[in-house]
Design a protein around this ligand. Structure first.
Ligand SMILES: *[C@@H]1O[C@H](CO)[C@@H](O)[C@H](O)[C@H]1NC(C)=O
Ligand SMILES: *[C@@H]1O[C@H](CO)[C@@H](O)[C@H](O)[C@H]1NC(C)=O
Ligand SMILES: *[C@@H]1O[C@H](CO)[C@@H](O)[C@H](O)[C@H]1NC(C)=O
Ligand SMILES: *[C@@H]1O[C@H](CO)[C@@H](O)[C@H](O)[C@H]1NC(C)=O
Ligand SMILES: *[C@@H]1O[C@H](CO)[C@@H](O)[C@H](O)[C@H]1NC(C)=O
Ligand SMILES: *[C@@H]1O[C@H](CO)[C@@H](O)[C@H](O)[C@H]1NC(C)=O
Length: 611
């Protein structure tokens, strides 16, 4: 403990402020009438079990006037300096308390210092600013000089502005609308401050001035607004803003009356209500010249009005419309506007028109426009979900024939369309058939074709076209029939060719050769007898039914004997046997043996079972 003391003391002998004590003072501001509490905060690494002595001073140049001394727990030492008449108090941590502050306190306590002393271990001191404030309570007074000006290339006085008395000194600013005007030198462009001039128009003194009240406790500020006026100041609203109080937190804003500035026309602005404008639409053009007094339009598209309407076409794109105006204060001015017309021509569709089946369809849609064009395709009224200028389809089929429509649109709202008829043609063999009809054979060939085909029949080995062909069509499918006969053995080796061609593809022929070998009658010796020819299939069917019934009867008989059906009912057994026999007898009288067959088999099975 003693060792450390000595080290700190030794350091301080070298002449430093104790590095171990750091004061953290803050400036204090209060409004008059409030009680001010001024803390003396510090941090230290020194032993604080023995409280430090705190001394408050008012600094006055090099002089230091003591106000208060404080040591915690030492009432004999603590107390206001005998020379101080102002009521002062001390807080539990050495805060200086100034009750019932007045503006006069600014002179007494504006530059306070706090000294913290830890005996021989070290001392530190710092200062702060103390302010008792009064805000401006009355709005600033603006004195407009006049409201009508003539632009003259030099600074002119708009008026001046005077604040209320306040403390500390209020800040006075000028605004044009929401824009703060910079206080600049003579060469600045918006506002200048100049030395006061005598004999000033409205009697007030030009330039910035600060004035104290006789007691010296409060200050008012006044300033003059000078502007090198231009046309842009016509109808401008200037205002005076005064900021006062602690941190200038209190803001007052008083406007000057709007001013008018007489100036020549310097710009003529021509505008269109739509840019770009759709071809065919009406464009409203407006000419807006500046200048005060109001300018006169001498020529705006050949007229003297400030607005006119024109129906635009594609050829108006890029056309320049000009407007000339002036107000007599200078030369007339001409402004111009370039018309931008958005147009979209009806598209042209090129590409496939007639396509061979199996080949691709390629269509191209082009619409002249100075806008971004979007394309859509549909076929026979059905959307194809293609959104580009080209439409492609591989391997076209007959059903892809149709009216292809391309619709072009632009963001400007144009819509134009064109169509193209595409025909898919071709011819190919589809299928054939040979049938018997009475004593005739009917041959048929079906072709897929577009356009409809011409189908001819020929007997192989003959160049003669066969008569009696007949055809029917179903969309792109065409069938041709050929009846031949009456059939006899001479048709056994006969072959026929059906040939199809269509007018669109003269070089293309589809053909098929048919023969009559599949027709059973040709193998029968009794040729040409219609009833007999037709009986074999019917006889076959009847025999098939009889065999089926016989099998059923056998099964029923077996089941009966095995006792699965009607085991205890002898009558049922007999009936089943009767039916089986009857059926066989009825339909096959010459096969009497077969009626007994089931019985024999049945006996065999029963014997087998017994063994
Ligand atoms: C203050 O002074 C009185 C009288 O001189 C004395 O009795 C008392 O002990 C002192 N108090 C302290 C804390 O020094
Ligand atoms: C000083 O302020 C206190 C309250 O802070 C008040 O009671 C007292 O009347 C005031 N004194 C004067 C002289 O204004
Ligand atoms: C306190 O006020 C003085 C004088 O007004 C100023 O120079 C200083 O920066 C202020 N200190 C703080 C911490 O605001
Ligand atoms: C006032 O502004 C005009 C145009 O902006 C300029 O030509 C003129 O020099 C300015 N006058 C002064 C005194 O700065
Ligand atoms: C002051 O008022 C005027 C008129 O209402 C306004 O244009 C301007 O922006 C205001 N200024 C401030 C700093 O609020
Ligand atoms: C020939 O055509 C007629 C009329 O279209 C039809 O009624 C007839 O069935 C056809 N003949 C053959 C053999 O298909």
């Amino acid at each position: 403990m003693i060792g450390r003391f000595l080290i700190v003391a030794a350091i301080c002998v070298i002449g430093c402020q104790a590095a171990d004590i750091t004061l953290m003072l803050k400036n204090v501001s209060v409004y008059e009438g409030e009680t001010a509490t001024v803390p003396c905060d510090y941090v230290t690494s020194l032993d604080t079990s023995v409280p430090p002595i705190i001394r408050w001073h008012q600094l006055d140049g090099v002089d230091r006037k003591r106000l208060y001394i404080f040591k915690k727990g030492d009432e004999n030492l603590t107390g206001r300096d005998a020379s101080v008449s102002r009521d002062l108090q001390i807080g539990p941590n050495g805060e200086l308390i100034i009750p019932n502050t007045t503006l006069a306190d600014n002179a007494l306590f504006n530059h306070l210092s706090c000294e913290v002393e830890f005996g021989v271990a070290g001392t530190a001191e710092d200062s702060l600013t103390f302010i008792v404030a009064r805000k401006a309570s009355v709005d600033p007074v603006t004195n407009p000089d006049k409201t009508n000006f003539v632009m003259n290339g030099d600074y002119q006085i708009i008026g001046n502005c005077v604040s209320d008395f306040a403390y500390p000194e209020p800040i006075l600013e000028f605004y044009k609308g929401t824009k703060l005007l910079q206080t600049t030198s003579e060469n600045g462009n918006m506002k200048v401050e100049r030395a006061p001039v005598q004999g000033f128009l409205s009697g007030f003194t030009e330039g910035k001035q600060s004035t104290k009240t006789p007691d010296g406790l409060t200050i008012k500020v006044q300033d003059t607004l000078l502007v090198n006026l231009t046309g842009a100041d016509d109808n401008a609203q200037y205002s005076c803003v005064v900021r006062s109080g602690i941190n200038n937190e209190f803001v007052q804003n008083v406007s000057f009356p709007r001013i008018r500035v007489t100036y020549p026309t310097t710009s003529v602005v021509v505008t269109g209500d739509k840019n770009p404008v759709k071809a065919g639409d009406t464009l409203t053009l407006t000419c807006a010249p500046n200048g005060n007094p109001d300018p006169i339009i001498s020529d705006f598209g050949g007229q003297q009005t400030s607005e006119y309407q024109v129906k635009v076409s594609k050829t108006d794109d890029g056309q320049v419309v000009s407007c000339t105006a002036g107000n007599g204060l200078g030369q007339s001015i001409t402004g111009s506007y370039t018309v931008s017309v958005a147009y979209l021509d009806s598209p042209t569709v090129t590409g496939s028109e007639t396509v061979r089946k199996g080949s691709p369809i390629n269509l191209q849609c082009d619409a002249m426009s100075n806008q971004q064009v979007n394309y859509m395709w549909s076929k026979d009224g059905a959307d194809l979900n293609v959104n580009q200028a080209t439409y492609s389809l591989n391997d076209a089929d007959f059903m892809d024939s149709g009216m292809y429509k391309c619709t072009a649109t632009t963001a400007a709202g144009h819509e134009e369309h064109s169509s193209r008829q595409v025909t898919v043609n071709g011819i190919e063999f589809y299928g054939s058939d040979v049938k018997k009809s009475g004593d005739m054979a009917v041959l048929s060939c079906t072709f897929l074709s577009n356009p409809g085909p011409k189908i001819v029949w020929m007997r192989v080995g003959s160049d003669v076209q066969m008569p009696g062909s007949n055809s029917s069509s179903n969309k792109d499918s065409f069938t041709s029939y050929l009846s031949v006969g009456p059939l006899d053995s001479s048709f056994k080796e006969a072959e026929y060719t059906c040939k199809a061609s269509n007018e669109a593809l003269p070089s293309q022929i589809a053909q098929e050769t048919l023969n009559l070998k599949g027709i059973a009658i040709l193998q029968s010796p009794t040729e040409g007898e219609v009833p007999e020819e037709s009986s074999p299939p019917i006889a076959g069917i009847i025999i098939g039914i009889l065999v089926a019934l016989l099998v059923v009867a056998i099964i029923l008989a077996v089941l009966y004997n095995k006792g699965i059906i009607c085991k205890s009912d002898e009558k049922g057994d007999e009936n089943a046997e009767d039916i089986a026999v009857d059926i066989n007898k009825d339909e096959s009288p010459d096969d009497a043996e077969s009626g007994r067959k089931p019985d024999n088999e049945e006996e065999k099975l029963m014997n087998g079972n017994d063994q």
